[in-house]
Ligand binder design. Structure first.
Ligand SMILES: NC(=O)c1ccc[n+]([C@@H]2O[C@H](COP(=O)([O-])OP(=O)(O)OC[C@H]3O[C@@H](n4cnc5c(N)ncnc54)[C@H](OP(=O)(O)O)[C@@H]3O)[C@@H](O)[C@H]2O)c1
Length: 207
């Protein structure tokens, strides 16, 4: 399934480490085009992208951020550097896959980490999600034991959560909406040295 718009993939993954590659596997499994970018020259990770599948497009950060829906799969500490790549993220959805484990709540001004990320990506609609599974599990086919692996989504924008929910279904997952970032969303956010209650729970939903 091609989602190319003006030769730019409609989806991008920023960060192509453990979790970026796990997400890329989900796109490749369904034949959906997705750009992947890191701080490095795309040639340096082109063979890893090709090994995952032909719909995984290694590119530069500048190109990847042209996508409408962008998965942020970098370490939490790196998010401000990605955010600086555009003066405004208006019109885009950022899917925050980071876990701010070990970051002191004081450093976040007492706010949930996803809210800090949302503020950095000014103008974007932010959805927290796909972050509760370890990369080795997220990268597996979500169709397991006759059900579908769950991803939790939370957002202060219901429309954005619905769009990412539809994408999660296209990728074969079963999305569960938790509500706003500071409400149900807290169940999937790390705080200091504590994990949210739903993080690293390998849940499967049976329809
Ligand atoms: N690992 C897991 O099981 C897991 C599970 C759930 C959530 N998470 C969360 O997912 C995030 C990524 O974890 P990971 O284990 O995948 O980390 P990782 O293996 O260290 O990968 C981080 C990636 O981010 C890229 N990156 C760093 N700064 C960047 C920038 N300014 N612009 C573009 N790309 C940049 C790195 O590219 P370079 O190589 O060019 O530096 C690298 O590809 C973290 O927030 C983590 O908490 C991880």
């Amino acid at each position: 399934m091609s989602k190319l718009k003006n030769n730019v993939a409609n989806y991008a993954i920023i960060g192509f480490g453990n979790i970026g590659q796990a997400l890329a596997r989900a796109f490749a499994r369904k034949g959906i085009e997705v750009s992947v970018a890191t701080t490095r020259d795309p040639e340096s990770f082109a063979s890893s992208a090709a090994a995952i599948g032909p719909t995984i497009i290694p590119t530069t950060l500048a190109e990847a951020i042209k996508a409408d829906i962008i998965f942020l799969a970098v370490r939490f500490e790196s998010h401000p550097y990605v955010a600086k790549a555009l003066p405004t993220w208006q019109g885009k959805i950022i899917v925050d896959v980071t876990n701010a484990y070990g970051v002191s709540p004081e450093k976040l001004g007492g706010q949930p980490s996803a809210r800090v990320v949302a503020q950095a990506f000014a103008g974007a609609r932010l959805v927290k999600g796909f972050n509760h599974l370890v990369a080795a599990v997220l990268g597996q086919d979500p169709a397991v034991h006759g059900g579908r692996r769950v991803v939790f989504l939370s957002s202060d924008d219901d429309g954005a959560a619905a769009e990412i929910g539809a994408l999660a279904e296209d990728l074969g997952f079963s999305p569960i909406k938790l509500g706003g970032l500071s409400e149900g969303g807290l169940l999937v956010q790390a705080r200091g040295n504590s994990w949210g209650q739903l993080i690293f729970k390998d849940l499967v939903k049976f329809d």
